[in-house]
Ligand binder design. Structure first.
Ligand code: FE
Ligand code: FE
Ligand code: ZN
Ligand code: FE
Length: 162
């Protein structure tokens, strides 16, 4: 956000939408590597299913842009870049069950970030009278919450036992 001072809620909404659009696109690139690096069928399949959903979320966000009369555009999200960087560190430096537990935790950190963003965005959409955007963003929010719950269940049943 260089050279442009955001003043209105509508500016903040558009900026945050661009931020999460960038984030989802980065995740589409990063998740296949995380899937490869994970061991254990269940974690791998949870990641691959969420990769499919993530590709759909990129398309849904494009509909959100359209619904507010804007072209889809990404803007660098330092938070997701940092979370992905941490995950790359885990893939490089850890092995065995430590790596699997840490990768699962890293995936949950991403879901929590997304839940925070989509929760905010859909409420702002509502305040701005953008009801189509509100509904589309709620759809994505529900997917992120479900993905997070699935990972929590996996952590309880597979990893954090004993
Ligand atoms: Fe997502
Ligand atoms: Fe961000
Ligand atoms: Zn930003
Ligand atoms: Fe997600």
């Amino acid at each position: 956000m260089k050279g442009f001072v955001m003043k209105t809620l509508s500016d903040a909404f558009e900026h945050t939408l661009q931020d999460i659009y960038y984030a989802e696109n980065q995740l589409v690139k990063a998740l296949p590597k995380v899937e490869d690096s994970a061991n254990g069928k269940k974690l791998k399949s949870a990641i691959s299913e969420h990769l499919k959903e993530t590709k759909g979320q990129v398309k849904t966000l494009e509909k959100v842009f359209k619904s507010i009369g804007k072209k889809p555009k990404g803007e660098k999200c330092d938070a997701i870049d940092g979370l992905i960087k941490e995950t790359e560190g885990i893939m490089k430096e850890m092995k065995g069950e430590a790596k699997n537990a840490a990768l699962l935790a890293a995936c949950q950190a991403v879901e929590h970030y997304e839940i925070a963003r989509y929760g905010t965005l859909r409420e702002w959409a509502k305040v701005l009278g953008q009801s189509e955007a509100h509904d589309l963003l709620t759809e994505i929010l529900d997917q992120e919450k479900a993905a997070n719950s699935k990972l929590t269940n996996l952590a309880v049943s597979e990893i954090n036992k004993g």
